[in-house]
Design a protein around this ligand. Structure first.
Ligand code: HEM
Length: 471
């Protein structure tokens, strides 16, 4: 598995495996890969199937975290501890932070660029802006203090989180090397990771002091609602266990990793795809602008209630270009299991091909086509998108991700007209792939699928949408 993540081609490998060998095949001695949605559902919802040892590499600190836990008891306990804080009721308490560091911050930056422009247009790199927006949001929720680097155009925290993602990825890869060599290679990254780690320790300590001071003063002021507080307060409803300081620290590091480039990546693919399919872009713009005026900032609940097509565009981006579209490794349980008539002995690695699941012809008509319409009034299509995984190890941050992504996408569709730069002809609605659909930008994947050349392929020319007088 480490070898697959080292080279950045994991998503291409997953696609090629599915195209060449179908939805079940032997991948290596003692490893198979599956991609049939029915098989994958059965596997991921099987309560005794555990994650493979590969996930050890995602144990960033001295202790297991939600993603690295392979022990089923521990994983279940973490989901019980954290579940209440990722549900809509707690999320609504964080809504103003999500809006402020998400769409409002992006708008401030883009409006600032347009204000300086002589012709009313500005070129932005949406991949970069979404990444900093996602870092600001998750950084604020996890560190418990305002991070406003996107609008300030200075991004030290974002850079240190990005560095940490790199560091952890590289550290995972270099497990294959002798220890001394790995230590040498990792040294430049390690220092910066240690700084972020210290920052997290400080945040936890100062939050504990704040809450203690509030309690002592007897003031009515309620404690802050964010992920930092959630991790401090989280308690297992069954055993009443809370997390140790080390575990809280581990969750903070993890959430910054898990909740940043997943969100920004999905938004990036959504904008890219809308630029390749002008008919869907036009429909999304018309839907948003027919319902909301220029001065209004569209909230999450308004998106859900009034913008089914914009929501469908995100579902279709999650399906067609799943940021987690590589191979998720699991282990067959005691006694083994049978898939499509093939017996898979116990302790066999089973790689779930996430790309195959979202492109399987048994579920998706014309799977390579970006067609948001397939999600309109279609609950079963939504249910079939497995980009957030499913079962016991489903992504706990999926609702937070939806809050961030929908509010950003809906508001930028409303507020700005988008166009590809005039000097860019590499990709566009008329440049077709082997299926006869607009060709997508090249990608790379270490953990998350990202554009391979964002500085070239994620440029967008924006201008302020001039509102027509309402009749
Ligand atoms: C579009 C955005 C996102 C996508 C597509 C996504 C996707 C996924 C997927 C596929 C998994 C399962 C991984 C595996 O089994 O190897 C996962 C797990 C996880 N995600 Fe997300 N995620 C997103 C956003 C977030 C956010 C915003 C957070 C938190 C703030 C988050 C936190 C987690 C955690 C803690 C796990 C581990 C769960 C477990 O193993 O039990 N994710 N995510």
């Amino acid at each position: 598995m480490e070898l697959l993540t080292v080279n950045g081609y994991m998503s291409q490998i997953a696609k090629a495996l599915f195209a060449n060998y179908g939805d079940i095949h032997v991948l290596m001695p003692n490893a198979v890969s599956i991609g049939n949605p029915a098989d994958v559902r059965a596997l991921l919802s099987n309560p005794v199937v555990r994650k493979a040892d590969y996930y050890k590499t995602l144990r960033f600190t001295g202790t297991e975290n939600t993603v690295s836990a392979r022990d089923l008891e521990l994983a279940n306990m973490r989901h019980r501890q954290l579940g209440p804080y990722f549900n809509p009721s707690y999320l609504s308490k964080m809504e103003n932070k999500v809006m402020r560091h998400g769409i409002l911050s992006l708008r401030q930056k883009w409006d600032g660029l347009l204000a300086q422009s002589v012709d009313g247009r500005a070129e932005v790199n949406y991949c970069e802006d979404f990444l900093f927006l996602a870092f600001d949001t998750i950084g604020t929720l996890v560190l418990g203090r305002q991070i406003e680097e996107l609008s300030a155009n200075d991004t030290p925290t974002a850079k240190s989180i990005a560095n940490t993602i790199m560091y952890l990825g590289v550290r995972a890869m270099f497990q294959l090397l002798p220890r001394w060599l790995a230590a040498l290679v990792l040294r430049p990254w390690e220092g910066r990771y240690n700084k972020l780690s210290a920052h997290i320790h400080e945040s936890i300590a100062s939050r504990r002091e704040l809450v203690a001071a509030l309690a002592r003063s007897g003031a009515d002021e309620i404690k802050p609602a964010d992920l930092l507080q959630a991790f401090i307060d989280a308690e297992d409803s069954e055993s009443k266990t809370r997390m140790t300081p080390e575990q809280i620290h581990g969750e903070c590091v993890l959430m910054m990793m898990a909740g940043s480039d997943t969100v920004s990546g999905t938004l990036t693919w959504a904008v890219h795809l809308l630029m390749l399919y002008p008919q869907h872009y036009g429909r999304a713009v018309a839907e948003v602008r027919s319902q909301f005026g220029q001065e209004h900032t569209i909230t999450y609940s308004e998106c859900r209630a009034q913008l089914p097509f914009v929501e469908a565009c995100l579902y279709e981006s999650l399906r067609l270009s799943p940021v987690t579209g590589g191979l998720l490794p699991r282990v067959s349980p005691k006694g083994g299991l049978t898939i499509q008539g093939h017996f898979i002995p116990e302790d066999t690695l089973i790689f779930v091909n996430m790309f195959a699941v979202n492109h399987h012809a048994t579920v998706w008509d014309q799977p390579s086509l970006f067609n948001p319409q397939r999600f309109l009034d279609n609950d079963s299509a939504r249910h079939n998108v497995l980009t957030f995984s499913m079962g016991k190890r489903v992504c706990p941050g999926r609702q937070l991700a939806w809050w961030e992504m929908l509010t950003v996408l809906a508001n930028i569709l409303k507020d700005y007209d988008w166009a590809l730069p005039a000097d860019y002809a590499l990709l566009g609605p008329g440049v077709l792939d082997k299926h006869g659909h607009p060709r997508q930008m090249d990608e790379t994947q270490f953990i998350i699928i990202k554009p391979a050349r964002p500085e070239r392929d994620c440029r967008l020319v924006i201008s302020k949408h001039a509102a027509q007088p309402r009749v």
